[in-house]
Design a protein around this ligand. Structure first.
Ligand code: IPE
Ligand code: IPE
Ligand code: MG
Length: 246
């Protein structure tokens, strides 16, 4: 029995989120520049998107660039932005073929104009696709998203008779970038780092966390299967006790 056959298709995570980490270390280990790792990271993205689509996973969120990543050397940031433009252009066919709908979260207006324009074009183009929703987190950080939500809540509810008790979890979530997207069930981080790095802090309150030492450019479908098989061994109690479940 191969790994894929071990997956119970009745208990798939609806939403898988991935902190794609380790590109730089992968390249350095091979005696190359960090950007060589980013280029090879795209192969992993392609394989994992295809793997998720084949499994009929509904949502896949990939953390591609954080608001903190602007603090990297300019040369690396520029190269990453260039890579984003060319990748977004070249992936159109594959997304259409696999019925993938592209979405983005993060401060998209704060990206270079060509990146934002290409991204919005592809989001438009794939908007009617009914298969996997692929969500790219670009110029994203959870604290930015939460602060942005608070600003919008205040800005859009400037009425004296506004009842603050209206602000429940559903209300708050309707102001997040992930509005209408279910919370991740499974969060994967590659490269052996055990931290969240400002990713989806609100949304992962009850996600199952999976860490692997595999560096992102080496990550393939089989590694996704392993993570899902591990996820399926977990008991998600959401504060209850075992006996209350089912
Ligand atoms: C992840 O790989 C990609 C981005 C954050 C853009 P890194 O570039 O962080 O690689 P490491 O962690 O330095 O090895
Ligand atoms: C997290 O990786 C951000 C992305 C994967 C886009 P980093 O490499 O930026 O995280 P830290 O700095 O090691 O926490
Ligand atoms: Mg890193």
């Amino acid at each position: 029995m191969n790994f894929k056959d071990k997956i119970d298709s009745g208990r798939l995570p609806e939403h898988v989120a991935v902190i794609m980490d380790g590109n730089g270390r992968w390249a350095k280990k091979k005696g190359n520049q960090r950007i060589f790792g980013h280029k090879n990271g795209i192969k992993a993205v392609r394989d994992v998107v295809e793997g998720a689509a084949e499994l009929n996973i509904k949502y896949l969120t990939l953390y591609a660039f954080s608001t903190e990543n602007w603090n990297r050397p300019k040369q690396e940031v520029d190269a990453l932005m260039g890579l984003l433009v060319s990748t977004i252009e070249s992936e159109e066919k594959t997304l259409m073929k696999n019925n993938v709908r592209l979405l983005a979260i993060g401060n998209i207006n704060g990206l270079p104009k060509d990146v934002a324009a290409n991204l919005n074009k592809l989001i438009d183009k794939t908007s009617e696709n009914k298969g996997l929703s692929l969500i790219l987190a670009l110029n994203y950080s959870a604290r930015w998203e939460i602060l942005n939500a608070i600003k919008n809540i205040v800005e859009q509810n400037k009425k004296e008779d506004f009842d603050v008790n209206k602000i429940d979890a559903d209300f708050f979530e309707s102001y997040l970038n992930t509005k209408n997207i279910p919370d991740p069930d499974l969060l994967i981080r590659t490269s052996g780092e055990y931290r969240i790095s400002n990713f989806l802090i609100w949304q992962i309150a009850y996600a199952e966390l999976y860490f692997t030492k595999v560096l992102w450019p080496d990550f393939r479908k089989i590694n996704l299967y392993e993570a899902i098989i591990d996820y399926q061994t977990r008991e998600r109690r959401f504060g209850q006790i075992s006996e209350q479940l089912n």
